[in-house]
Write a protein that binds this ligand. Structure first.
Ligand SMILES: C[S@@+](CC[C@H](N)C(=O)[O-])C[C@H]1O[C@@H](n2cnc3c(N)ncnc32)[C@H](O)[C@@H]1O
Length: 488
């Protein structure tokens, strides 16, 4: 599932001045980082990278701090806060609007039982406040709803993966598209979508739904900020809190040209704000949807159930988009919360499928969370996970370390893999740093290792990377060790 493993190391890092790396693109390995100038060992390439979205597996959720991801071998005594308990009616100002959030949960579907928690545990009030300030107070209520939809009965045995060879013959992109088209067709019926509110998710589906929901909430805040900027016409010099230094990134497909390298976007290592934490960067990551589904076709059903539950509970009401005019009444952006939850007066009109990477503000301006809960958006988020996400590993990393969940760090996902990497990763709390392992020459490609393949022979490495990460490795080491010689 998760692809890279986040490790720790304690060597001190250095940050030479100026942009250290830029993105180039080639026809085989897509976008990749190269050094802008000669770099010393331990150069800190991207600064502190924050996750765009993440999930801590259900099994570990009450043993890991949701903010700093501290884990103490299953002991729970350091976790002193749960969800939004202890914060009273007023919670920290919302990260996107700066307004004071009043706790509001406007659930759809069956009310969670009073004991249903949001699945958030924190070391202390500081961790709790940081999480809520960043993710938004409403996120607690929405996660509580998701937990309310989790099937309490014993989970069914997990589906067995279909052998790769058979699956590849059977599953095509068209077949996957047809499944999703059928879901879209069903959501034209409001009655059907109402039923989706009551879907019960298994643990895996709930974990994935949490990851998708947190990504959508981030995108939603981004749209709210943009909307607020437009309404208030702020000075052009202001940098929104979620801005990034990447400029226009080449998309995974469109940046590739047959003539080889083409793009150079200088990337600066920055502290204090979240680089690349924008939906457009996240959505530009390579999708591995088909590779994942070919390896395990049963996951498609889990994915459609995740979508249906999110759509049923948090989406807009299901009147066919092309049969109902766009709603003309929209309440103004609430002062207490950036979220417009279903059930508000805006909860009319139809689902409007927007391009996954596009900006889908509603016609009348006020962004609504429900608008971005689309098939395209869910497929984007779920397709990015395999191949781009980093495993959240218990640290310090040991042979027996647990994988606690996974997280997507969009700009870190532009590092390609090398079987003798010149970059290593360090996890500090929920952030990742990327440090050179040796001196690097100007123009040299900067690569991490996606797994622990360095000690394996060529054939085993190729197999591991193909099965776990869905690509044939073409790093310089693999090319030189390829027994088939120069034919590749
Ligand atoms: C995490 S992404 C890295 C960024 C990617 N190049 C892009 O443009 O989005 C992983 C993907 O990059 C490509 N890739 C990374 N390392 C590679 C390598 N050593 N050989 C061939 N392709 C590689 C593969 O397509 C892989 O699925």
């Amino acid at each position: 599932m998760s692809v890279h493993d986040a490790t720790t190391a304690s060597a001190s890092s250095t940050t030479p001045p100026g942009p250290l790396l830029h993105i180039r693109t080639d026809p085989y390995a897509g976008r990749k980082y190269h050094a802008t100038s000669p770099l010393p060992e331990n150069a800190d390439l991207l600064g502190s990278c924050a996750p765009f979205s993440y999930t801590i597996w259900k099994r570990f959720r009450n043993e890991v701090c949701a903010e700093c991801w501290r884990y103490d071998r299953g002991r729970r005594s350091f976790l002193t806060r749960r969800d939004d308990e202890g914060l009273g009616e007023h919670v920290p100002p919302d990260a996107s609007t700066g307004t004071q959030n009043v706790r509001q949960n406007a659930p759809r579907g069956p009310k969670p039982t009073s004991t249903t928690g949001a699945g958030l545990w924190f070391c202390d009030a500081a961790c709790q406040r940081s999480w809520i300030a960043r993710e938004g107070a409403d996120a607690v209520g929405l996660l509580r709803q998701l937990e309310g939809a989790r099937r309490k009965a014993r989970p069914k045995p997990q589906p067995q993966p279909v052998p790769r060879g058979d699956a590849e013959r059977e599953l095509t992109q068209e077949a996957v598209d047809r499944v999703w088209d059928a879901v879209r067709e069903r959501e034209r019926s409001p009655k059907e979508v109402r039923k989706w509110r009551d879907i019960q998710l298994d643990d895996y589906e709930t974990d994935m739904a949490r990851y998708v929901l947190l990504a959508f909430l981030r995108y939603h805040r981004e749209r709210c900020e943009r909307h607020a900027d437009e309404v208030q016409s702020p000075p052009l010099t202001g940098r929104p809190p979620y801005s990034c230094t990447l400029g226009r990134l080449p998309s995974y497909q469109s940046g590739v040209r047959p003539d080889g390298l083409l793009d150079t976007n200088p990337i600066e290592a920055k502290e204090g704000y979240e680089q690349g934490s924008e939906w457009s960067t996240f959505a530009s990551l390579q999708s591995n949807e088909l590779s994942l589904l070919r390896a395990c076709p049963e996951i498609l059903e889990h994915q459609t159930r995740v979508y249906q539950l999110l759509r049923g509970r948090f989406g807009r009401s299901s009147v066919a988009a092309d049969s109902v005019p766009a709603p003309s009444r929209r309440p103004p952006l609430s002062a207490s919360s950036p979220l417009k939850l279903p059930g508000s007066t805006a909860d009319v009109g139809g689902p409007r499928e927007k391009p996954a990477g596009g900006d889908s503000a509603t016609e009348n301006g006020t962004p609504e969370l429900g608008d971005i809960i689309t098939v395209a958006g869910v497929r984007t988020a779920l397709g990015i996970d395999p191949g781009n996400s980093f495993g959240v590993w218990e640290v310090p990393l040991m042979d027996e370390s647990e994988c606690l969940g996974f997280a997507v760090y969009p700009i870190a996902s532009f590092f390609n893999h090398h079987c003798s990497p010149n970059v290593r990763k360090e996890r500090e709390g929920r952030t990742l740093r990327f440090l050179t392992t040796r001196t690097v020459e100007e123009g040299e490609e900067l690569c991490i290792s996606y797994g622990h393949v360095e000690g394996m022979d060529w054939a085993t490495r190729q197999q591991e990377l193909l099965e776990g990460w869905y690509f044939s490795c073409r790093c310089s080491r693999c090319k030189s060790e390829d027994p088939r010689g120069a034919q590749t």
